[in-house]
Design a protein. Structure first.
Length: 94
């Protein structure tokens, strides 16, 4: 079985179909009469090369959200404790 060499422009066009037009790899592969594995490899390579900044921003944002949720949970617990302490000391003074 011989390997077919596709041009970079053709690969880019196929990848754009998947990435920009939100088509599935299988449907794009079928429309161009390609093996889905091949199209999947092209898309994976494209995403690996072009997603470093977007991915790092998403990871940083997720980390910040997790940190803020933990801080929020801790502050709620402290607030509940202070409410209970205030109620306890208010009863003692009576």
């Amino acid at each position: 079985m011989s390997r077919v060499k596709y041009s970079d422009e053709f690969k880019a066009q196929v990848v754009r179909e998947v990435v920009e037009k939100d088509r599935t790899i299988a449907s794009v592969a079928a429309s161009y009469d390609l093996v889905p594995q091949t199209v999947g490899n092209w898309v994976a390579r494209y995403r690996k090369e072009h997603s470093s900044q977007e991915e790092s921003e998403a990871v940083a944002e997720s980390a910040q959200i997790a940190r803020l949720r933990a801080e929020n949970r801790e502050l709620r617990q402290e607030n509940e404790f202070l409410k209970k302490a205030a109620a306890f000391f208010a009863q003692e003074q009576r």
